[in-house]
Design a protein around this ligand. Structure first.
Ligand code: NG1
Ligand code: ZN
Length: 536
């Protein structure tokens, strides 16, 4: 009966673009919203199976296209502990999404049950949420039609940021454990962050105001809610770009992606010298800071800067708490991290750096293996992970002096303040503010920690990005095919002082990216330009 119900319900969501194959990438499925209903339906089926496979633990479905234009949408699955869908299942997600008609979908569903050894009689539960895109409501209908067809119970959390949904999934599944992640509600999320922020600020002086560009997305109303829970006397948060009722405004000349890629503020930005600004993206899982220097010189403090700031502060706390023999810190970056940031972490902070391929799942995975793993992509997506081992050590540590005690208390507060499931702009925002307050730093002090190498990120659109393959184990820093491209690249790069350059296929666009750094800005433009002309 279940199979019949699926086939019948699927008929209401016919497959678009039958010639195209959809893939489940880092960002899940993402495309023009009108192509998505059939895919949403199949995601509902897979979420149900995933929940059954995970002993009835709750699975999350987030409907968002993050920093992409308003007319796009997307969907990604969240595993029981709040991390991203197990990679082995991505292939099955794509398989179902590409089923050409309801009958093939039904067969695909049966195939998944067999291949993944799912016990169909197991319980299942799904929770979901969406960003402010108008298409979200239609997509929810496709998702719930599938969940109804397979009789999987669900909760619709309405609008939420991506990290809030991750929080809710983990909170739901840990409710009866020794260390519940938090109360299972949006309110519980705010309470947890606010309470931890309060503790983390106990030994710090308030440090002025920050203005947050919310990209006209879901981060705006959610940040407003969070502010209601925060202590009034410790931090002033001003909100701009909060027009969620006008979908055209979403991510439009505003938000973290705009600021990072354009290297300038949102439209109309006119910051007074040294006033602190930051920007979220459309689903509030990315954060970058920025400000104007004297003379309106724009300065960006991106994910690399947040990583170095967090690592320096947490490293100090570990030391001051007397835990540096027991806990080690690691910073995880991609090849796009500025070489000066890497150098600063290794030589000044004296911490280990590991470089992984692009994509949050790679960084997250490596960071999770460290005692404390700090990971950020340059675009502002990242977090700090505390391992079970580190948490145990921190909990049972007996401080030997008042100074050790205050450091330990602040460290404990950070364990709760920092979202452990995924990069979270709201949580990261509070983290940065805590660190700046403790260090009594302005944005200029923060920027002054190291000087970035001049750099440039270029993009060449190509018909077949699959042609561009990197050498395994090089974190995408060298190409193995086409072979002559790497040879020509090497010949170009050696002409420039401190030149570094690499080419890799984008995982999200039909393009290859060319990233370069050199000692001089004019050299970088020249070098990256020459490499780009080798490709096109
Ligand atoms: P691709 O298109 O694979 O380079 C981009 C970003 C990633 C990551 C993903 C997902 C760069 C250079 N790449 O990946 O960091 O965020 O999108 O959003 O910024
Ligand atoms: Zn995002």
């Amino acid at each position: 009966a279940e199979f019949v119900a699926i086939e019948k319900a699927a008929a209401s969501f016919p497959r678009q673009l039958p010639d195209r194959d959809f893939t489940y990438g880092t960002a899940g499925f993402r495309m023009r919203a009108d192509l998505l209903p059939s895919i949403m339906f199949t995601v509902g089926l897979l979420a149900s199976l995933r929940s059954k496979k995970c002993n009835g633990n709750t699975i999350g479905v987030m409907i968002t296209a993050s920093h992409n234009p308003a007319e796009d949408n997307g969907v990604k699955l969240v595993d029981p502990m709040g991390d991203m869908l197990n990679v082995d299942w991505e292939w099955y997600a794509a398989g179902l999404a590409n089923a050409r008609d309801p009958e093939k979908l039904r067969n695909g569903y049966m195939h998944c049950i067999n291949k993944l050894k799912v016990d169909r009689s197991a319980p299942s539960k799904v929770i979901f949420a969406r960003d402010t895109r108008p298409s979200g409501a239609t997509l929810v209908k496709a998702l719930t039609a599938a969940l109804d067809a397979v009789k999987t119970p669900y909760i619709d959390y309405g609008y939420a940021t991506t990290p809030q949904l991750h929080y809710l999934v983990r909170a739901t599944n840990t409710v009866n454990s020794q260390y519940p992640y938090g109360e299972v509600s949006e309110e519980g999320y705010y309470k947890k962050l606010a309470e931890a922020f309060n503790r983390a600020m106990e030994f710090a002086k308030p440090n002025g105001a920050v203005t947050v560009d919310c990209a006209n997305g879901v981060g705006a109303p959610k940040l407003k809610e969070l502010i209601k829970h925060l202590p009034k006397d410790k931090l002033t948060i001003n909100i701009i770009n909060d027009q969620i009722e006008n979908p055209d405004k979403l991510n439009n000349r505003a938000g973290a992606d705009w600021v990072k890629t354009q290297q300038r503020g949102f439209e109309g930005f006119d910051g007074k010298p040294l006033d602190r600004y930051c920007a979220l993206d459309g689903d509030a899982d990315r954060l970058v800071y920025f400000f104007n220097e004297e003379g309106k010189v724009f300065r960006l403090l991106d994910g690399d800067r947040i990583a170095t700031l967090a690592a320096s502060f947490i490293g100090d706390l570990v030391r001051k708490a007397g835990l540096d023999n027991d806990i080690t810190l690691k910073v995880v970056q991609t090849a796009y991290a500025n070489g000066a940031a890497t150098k600063y972490v290794e030589q000044v902070l004296k911490l280990k750096v590991e470089c992984t391929p692009t994509g949050v799942k790679h960084l997250h995975h490596v960071a999770a293996q460290a005692d404390i793993g700090v990971y950020f992509e340059a675009n502002g997506h990242g977090t700090v992970l505390f391992s079970e081992r580190a948490l145990k050590t921190i909990r049972k540590h007996d401080p030997q002096s008042p100074a050790q005690l205050t450091a330990l208390d602040t460290l404990k507060a950070l364990c709760d303040l920092i979202n452990q499931t995924v990069g979270d702009a709201l949580s990261d925002l509070l983290l940065v503010e805590v660190v700046l307050a403790h260090k009594e730093w302005t944005v200029a002090d923060w920027l002054g920690t190291y000087k970035e190498f001049p750099n440039k990120l270029g993009k060449v659109n190509v018909r077949d990005r699959g042609m561009y393959q990197t050498v395994p184990g090089t974190a995408e820093r060298r190409l193995q095919s086409p072979p002559q491209v790497q040879i020509e690249l090497d010949n170009i790069v050696k002409k420039y002082r401190d030149g570094r350059c690499f080419v890799r296929a984008s995982g999200t666009e039909d393009a290859v990216r060319v990233y370069g750094e050199a000692a001089e800005a004019y050299d970088v433009d020249d070098m990256v330009g020459s490499v780009m002309s080798v490709i096109s």
